[in-house]
Design a protein around this ligand. Structure first.
Ligand code: OXD
Ligand code: MN
Length: 603
């Protein structure tokens, strides 16, 4: 960077920020310090610099204006949960689901890695704002990084530059995030959170969830700790708005594990019959929700992000036209396939091209027996480009949430949808969620694992304290709390075929959820909660075979008894911290299942 683009730290009015930047620059030995202002001119210059040094390829300006293509290091393609640490004061603060190291011990490991690590490199200071400007819920973070690729992603994913410095002011506090590409050695890779210092230190990975520190590290792990202290919720949830034919708006927040269709659900295109009747779906966010009580006692949600970091494979005109439109221009693609005409392709995006360069940079043809795009390849795209973005998506107050939906990827056992009996029961339903692992994190693909509230990799403190916090928030909100549901789009038959068409047809389930949250909708009681009648979710209209319809809403007592016993063992692992209310919900479910089993035996 030339002197012209440097901002001397002396001119920074916020002393705490200035001091931290000075300390980091002295420690890392960066050649120069560059303050990002978030301007168009700045990003054009950085992108051009990365095109020239081979980090980026400029895509066809007609088909993908102002868009770029990047390949990561082959071993830096996903979040690394085994190298992600919560360095709270004690092991008990971090809890059994997090990797823990005492703060001093971790500093002794990671601080030396940063010493001199930016020699020969520019150190970028990224002021960013999570949440709409002027929102009482918004928070300022500062990420320091030596990666211009991270800067380019952060500019899409957050409100970056002056807007954040304005919110920060001279005295304001900020979340600190220190990142270095290091040498991308997986052995030196650490993603560390120090909740008591409001600090993240991330070394040796440039992958989104590890390196764009505003996202998982700040907006979820550190924010969840703050939320617990301050009485709000930081959640791994999409937010969508549904407008019925009478013009009533209902907002829904939904938690699914990574790469389980949050972006698709957030941008759902309703079936023709719904659109013709006057239903509309709008997106507020696709990954993270911060929820706080409003003056009327209801929970309001904001999307703290500014862009989408979406999984590319499987995204198509059929499955998610709104996502495709969102990433047509001004987008950064990582690890998809590159075509000879400087356009891109991934598995699921129409017919395979005759030739491509795969995500590793090797020649690829349809005959190659490996995917052209990495299964966790991504697009980083501005949220405002989404055709169905809600006019309320930047509302400083947020949107009032009527329903919370949990969901996982389950081949069997869990029905298409059911409604929890109460907030407490809903908290239990979220706490005992399980899902098959996806490519968003390294290792164990397809394995079934507990992923409470889809927060297993993102909860910054003891999971049982987090459940207690959910119960406490429920006490505060009382009658005004959202209604809680669980969905499963991923059930299969014995041959492995999907039973439910999913995508736009999920609207049928959402409509039932909207009706139930408003006190209507037809439902039948079951040991696990309220199930819709087949008519209430429009099975007939869909032309589903009777056996398929029956399986989708089936609660198999034998399978559920096994499930609840396994849940009991899982919950017992949390020891004394397990909230009594969660244990008693598991016992009550077991009893209801046993009773129902006896009734069936007598039939
Ligand atoms: C994500 C994730 O990238 O959950 O959103 O991994
Ligand atoms: Mn996510």
């Amino acid at each position: 960077m030339t002197g012209k683009h440097r901002r001397e730290t002396e001119s920074m009015a916020n002393q705490k920020l200035q001091q931290w930047v000075d300390e980091v620059s002295a420690c890392t030995g960066a050649d120069s310090v560059y303050w990002c202002d978030g301007s168009e001119e700045e990003i054009e210059r950085l992108n051009q610099m990365m095109v020239e040094d081979g980090t980026l390829v400029r895509l066809d300006p007609e088909k993908h204006p102002n868009s770029f293509y990047a390949r990561s290091d082959v071993n830096d393609v996903a979040r690394v949960e085994d190298r992600t640490f919560i360095c709270a004061a004690t092991l008990d603060d971090a809890g059994p689901t997090n990797n823990w190291m005492a703060p001093d011990q971790m500093h002794a490991v990671i601080d030396p890695l940063f010493e001199g690590c930016m020699q020969g490199r520019t150190m970028y200071v990224i002021p960013y704002l999570m949440g709409p400007p002027g929102s009482p819920m918004a928070k300022v973070g500062i990420e320091i990084t030596d990666s211009p690729y991270v800067v380019a992603n952060m500019r899409i994913m957050t409100r970056m530059g002056q807007v954040a410095l304005d919110e920060l002011g001279d005295e304001g506090d900020f979340g600190k995030g220190l990142h270095s590409t290091g040498n991308l050695d997986p052995e030196q890779r650490y993603i560390c959170h120090f909740p008591d210092e409001n600090l993240i230190m991330s070394f040796s990975s440039n992958y989104g969830g590890n390196a764009l520190l505003g996202k998982k590290c700040f907006a979820l792990r550190l924010a969840s700790v703050l939320a617990n202290r301050e009485g709000w919720l930081a959640e791994h949830m999409l937010i969508l708005g549904l407008t019925d034919p009478e013009g009533n708006k209902t907002y829904v927040a939904a938690a699914f594990p990574s790469a389980c269709g949050k972006t698709n659900l957030a941008m759902l295109v309703p079936p023709e019959s719904f659109t013709a009747a006057g239903w509309r779906v709008e997106t507020i966010g696709d990954d993270i929700a911060w929820l706080k009580f409003g003056d009327d006692g209801r929970l309001y949600a904001i999307n703290p992000e500014f862009g989408f970091f979406g999984v590319a494979p499987g995204t198509s005109q059929e499955t998610n036209p709104n996502a495709l439109a969102s990433c047509r221009a001004n987008t950064l693609f990582t690890n998809v396939a590159l075509l000879p005409d400087n356009t891109i392709w991934w598995e699921g995006l129409g017919d395979p091209p005759p030739e491509a360069t795969d995500w590793k940079g090797n020649p690829w043809t349809p005959e190659s027996d490996i995917p052209a795009a990495h299964p966790n390849s991504r697009f980083t795209a501005p949220a405002e480009q989404c055709p169905c973005i809600s006019p309320d998506w930047e509302s400083p107050q947020g949107v009032p949430i009527s329903a919370i939906v949990f969901g996982g990827r389950r081949t069997s056992t869990t029905p298409l949808v059911y409604q929890a009996r109460s907030w407490q029961h809903g908290t239990y339903v979220g706490a005992t969620m399980t899902s098959e692992k996806t490519a968003a994190a390294v290792g164990g693909l397809g394995e079934l694992r507990h992923d409470p509230m889809a927060m297993l990799p993102f909860c910054g403190y003891h999971m049982a304290d987090y459940w207690q916090h959910w119960l406490d928030v429920g006490e505060t909100g009382g009658e005004k709390m959202p209604t809680v549901f669980h969905v499963n789009w991923f059930r299969r038959d014995a041959e492995g075929n999907w039973l439910w068409p999913g995508f736009g047809e999920n609207m049928r389930v959402l409509k039932w959820i909207v009706d139930r949250a408003a006190g209507g909708g037809d439902a039948v009681d079951s040991p696990i909660g309220w199930l819709p009648t087949p008519e209430a979710v429009g099975f007939e209209e869909l032309g589903l075979a009777d056996e398929v319809a029956a399986t989708l809403l089936d609660v198999d007592i034998g399978e559920w008894l096994a499930e609840v016993r396994e849940r009991g063992e899982y919950l017992a692992g949390f020891g004394e911290k397990l909230p009594e209310a969660i244990a008693s919900e598991n016992d009550a479910l077991l009893q209801r299942l046993e009773l129902s089993g006896q009734d069936k035996d007598q039939e």
